[in-house]
Design a protein around this ligand. Structure first.
Ligand SMILES: *Cc1c(COP(=O)(O)O)cnc(C)c1O
Length: 337
């Protein structure tokens, strides 16, 4: 039995999801005529109280489009140094939008309102214009850590005072919401745009949705086309997204329980120094300085357990829809041999 813990993107569509895909009604989405894409965009937008949505191929695309619409060249994006938009999107802030980045050191990837306020560029011709603050929730590189909504509200206030937009990389926002019971409508009121992933914990084969007001999404649609992201009968994929929003949100709690269990099993290992707090579906292990993460991951693979390196001595384990109790039991067995 293969124990796949590299990422929550490794899931395959469930039979119910496949059935929804097969029976989708489709049309040409570049002409705005795919009814299933339109329904997905409306449905995702409604969850957060936005006017509109834009279905895209990936979370990288939705984040990069959002940044492109929010900033002008030479502007600055403020974010945590562990942000996906900075570390894992191919330098896209610069390459796609000619914008600069100010990196803040947060707590497990979470920045504070005070740090944002302290780092807004001054109104001075020497400085760039701080135009956008981008948060990530849950925070991947922070071990799936969750923002307190009260801090987000304070960050919003700093943005308002300084005429900055606020974007959320919500690739795993539903993992946060099922844990905190925060109201998604409150998120929609605070963020100028949110990017959600359907292909992570929600288990679809492909897709992310960018959310915002009508004018923002109108501009985003133009940017998507320019990037080559206009697609045709994408409704087959959108149908999977609708199915996931209907059936796969509440069950994320199961992933979180299993991830905590994994954290507990790993914590007993002598070669592991520390487990980051397991807030959601990600467990990060810090190894003894004598053990390289790259070697450790190779050893695990020989036991049929797959994880990824997350730094020189860091290893990441992610639970998901296709990681069931039987996999957890098998994981425990192999890790206690
Ligand atoms: C996965 C992920 C994305 C988007 O990744 P794609 O592979 O481009 O879909 C964005 N942000 C975070 C935090 C992610 O984990």
């Amino acid at each position: 039995m293969k124990i796949e813990l590299r990422s929550d993107t490794f899931t395959k569509p469930t039979p119910g999801m496949l059935e929804a895909m097969f029976s989708a009604e489709v049309g040409d989405d570049v002409f705005g005529e795919d009814p299933t894409v339109n329904a997905l965009e409306q449905k995702a937008a409604a969850i957060f109280g936005y006017e509109a949505g834009l279905f895209c191929t990936s979370g990288t695309m939705t984040n990069q489009i959002a940044i492109n619409v929010h900033v002008r060249q030479g502007d600055e994006v403020i974010c945590d140094e562990l942000s996906h938009i900075y570390l894992y999107e191919g330098g896209g802030i610069m390459a796609n939008s000619n914008a600069s980045v100010k990196l803040l050191k947060g707590d497990k990837g979470r920045i504070t309102a005070q740090a944002v306020q302290d780092n807004v560029a001054p109104d001075d011709i020497h400085a760039c214009v701080s135009r956008l603050v981008s948060l990530e929730n849950t925070m991947n590189k922070g071990g799936g850590s969750i923002y307190q909504f009260s801090e987000i509200l304070k960050i919003k206030e700093v943005c308002r005072k300084n005429n900055m937009q606020l974007h959320l990389d919500g690739a795993r926002i539903f993992n946060a919401l099922v844990e905190t019971n925060d109201d998604p409508l409150a998120y929609g009121k605070v963020f100028d745009s949110i990017s959600i992933c359907l292909s992570k914990g929600l288990g679809t084969p492909v897709g992310s949705v960018l959310l915002g007001n009508k004018e923002f999404i109108r501009q985003a649609r133009r940017t998507r086309k320019r990037m080559g992201g206009g697609w045709r009968q994408a409704g087959y994929l959108a149908a999977a997204g609708i199915y996931a929003l209907d059936h796969h949100i509440e069950r994320l709690k199961e992933d979180h329980q299993r991830a905590r269990h994994i954290g507990n099993i790993l914590a007993k290992r002598p070669e592991i120094e520390e487990i980051f707090p397991v807030d959601t579906n990600i467990a990060i292990a810090r190894l003894n300085t004598s053990v390289l993460a790259s070697d450790y991951v190779k050893n695990l693979a020989e036991k049929g357990i797959f994880a990824v390196t997350f730094g020189k001595h860091l290893v990441r384990f992610v639970t998901h829809l296709d990681f069931k109790d039987e996999h957890l039991h098998e994981f425990e067995k192999r890790m206690t041999l």
